[in-house]
Ligand binder design. Structure first.
Ligand code: RB5
Length: 147
């Protein structure tokens, strides 16, 4: 499975820690973010990661900024992206199982490294349930996108 990861200037170190962890877990990680010392407006990183997911070059995306909120706002503007800003693993698991989220966002100023790695782990390893009730609700999200 391929994961595109991106960050702004609030999260270069945490991005590297997450990328390293995911690679150790056997995932292919594509780093679309910035390095320490570089400035980046979060919508630009969100765009790069979302384009990778929407094109199929990545299976899932991970976006890290200061809070995770700006990244999730920007990511959710892309049709077909369902981005979830999470700071607990219960939400990270359920947003895969129920919402078929394809982008995880979190904040480097909100969660520590241990929680960040757990969020990544749960998000990329949890499959979408595909249950009919969830399919119906996700179809309604898509309908809203198309209004
Ligand atoms: C950047 O300082 C900060 O605004 C950004 O990382 C993020 O928290 C926005 O939502």
């Amino acid at each position: 499975m391929k994961i595109a990861i991106g960050n702004d200037h609030a999260a270069p170190e945490l991005k590297l820690a997450c990328a390293k962890y995911l690679e150790e877990q056997g995932f292919e990680v594509m780093d679309m973010g910035v390095a320490a010392g570089e400035k980046c407006d979060y919508p630009d990183a969100a765009r790069r990661v979302c384009k990778m997911v929407l094109s199929g070059m990545a299976d899932l995306g991970i976006l890290i900024c200061g809070t995770g909120i700006g990244m999730s706002m920007a990511a959710n503007k892309f049709k077909g992206i369902r981005a979830a800003c999470c700071s607990d693993t219960f939400s990270a698991r359920l947003t895969r199982e129920h919402n078929n989220a394809n982008v995880l966002c979190f904040g480097a100023r909100v969660v520590g490294e241990g929680t960040a790695l757990d969020l990544c782990d749960v998000f990329v390893k949890t499959p979408y349930s595909g249950e009919e009730r969830h399919e119906k609700r996700i179809a309604k999200i898509t309908a809203i996108e198309n209004e």
